[in-house]
Design a protein around this ligand. Sequence first.
Ligand SMILES: Nc1nc2c(ncn2[C@@H]2O[C@H](COP(=O)(O)OP(=O)(O)OP(=O)(O)O)[C@@H](O)[C@H]2O)c(=O)[nH]1
Ligand SMILES: [Mg+2]
Ligand SMILES: [Zn+2]
Ligand SMILES: [Zn+2]
Length: 384
Amino acid sequence: MSIFSNPEIMCPHCLRKLKLSDLRFFCVPDEDTRHEVHPSLMEKFSRRLPVCKKRYCPNTGETVREAVCKYCNEILPPQILFYDKYLSMCAIGVAGAGKSSYLTTLLHELKYSGLPWVLQPMDVETTKLAQVNEQNVYEARQCLKGTKSGLMPRPQMWTIMDNTKAKEQVPTYALTIYDGAGEDCEHIDYTPLDAKISRHLAGAKMLLIMFDPLLLGSVRGEISHEVLNASMATERQTSAPANMVDMVNSLANYIRRACNIAPGKRIDKQVAVVLTKIDVLTEMLNGFASGSNLLRQSPHIKSRGFVQSDSEMVDLEIRDWLTRQGETAFLGAIDANFKEVKVFGVSSFGRPPDNDKRLAKIRPHRVIDPLMWMLASEGIIPTL
Ligand SMILES: Nc1nc2c(ncn2[C@@H]2O[C@H](COP(=O)(O)OP(=O)(O)OP(=O)(O)O)[C@@H](O)[C@H]2O)c(=O)[nH]1
Ligand SMILES: [Mg+2]
Ligand SMILES: [Zn+2]
Ligand SMILES: [Zn+2]
């Protein structure tokens, strides 16, 4: 297979566009005898991964297993060089908004959705993180701990093999997910860490802006203390809702700087505004009515496509609800900064955790919808 048939290849760590000459290749028989392999002219010409030519190396004649980005020195899994589409999402929102829980259930749903897709982690770190999170949520039935702040962001790297298409060569998509610590994205500044976070924001195909309805005074007033405490990250229960407006504006300014977009110009990036924890909103007086579209099962998987009319109804219902809660400034900030916005509502767990933060059987609601939107925009699934 030839590498870089897709001109869009991007380093998932530093998010720079890469050419073949931007990669270094290594043969790794074992860590002690690891050595660099320089592609021959022929290999460069045919755009194939180089083969080890070192005499007496146990791997002589074998294709190299490791590529390293010349700019950031991070190892790139070879799969990242072979894909038909590159998808990337970045989840942002204040601490405790529900980002990590959401991504955990999204990946789980994607694996067991019934769609003929095969989801595989590309590297050891992604494998480990997914295992720990799945084990916590699905087996131990515990809420996740907050994501550590102040660390250099590492994306989770997945491949999706698409068995829906009856072609000999199965289309493969690279999916990278960046799930940062809410604390870091609440006040993005000009440190090297922030510069890297903003590169992730700028490089993502889709931003997931996670909005926690429990930060709204109007919602807090209507639900019991028990449910509120169980559904909030214990360390930080008092984040002010006003943060969200500032966060959206500063995020947008960072993306403009990173992508050279003129101030005031709307950003041409897909933005899914995701209202989390909607399980809490179903039983309150001012919540969503039982007949609302949002509370019905998501139709996208069954239809094997993105059902436009359903997503429009859901978008409208939540915008309406946010407006009734007085959150027009948040919606205003989103619409003023981004061109392509859709509003979604999800529950990762299906119901609130109990007083000890233990979870009942996990029944995620509509978690897959934002991803289906991205897949439809990329032409991977049809829009119906
Ligand atoms: N009721 C309810 N609560 C939820 C749901 N998802 C998350 N929570 C609650 O929200 C808390 C925080 O969730 P996380 O997924 O860790 O939030 P996060 O956005 O990753 O937070 P940071 O990593 O600190 O930025 C959890 O401990 C749960 O108490 C949900 O679907 N329903
Ligand atoms: Mg987290
Ligand atoms: Zn790099
Ligand atoms: Zn070798």
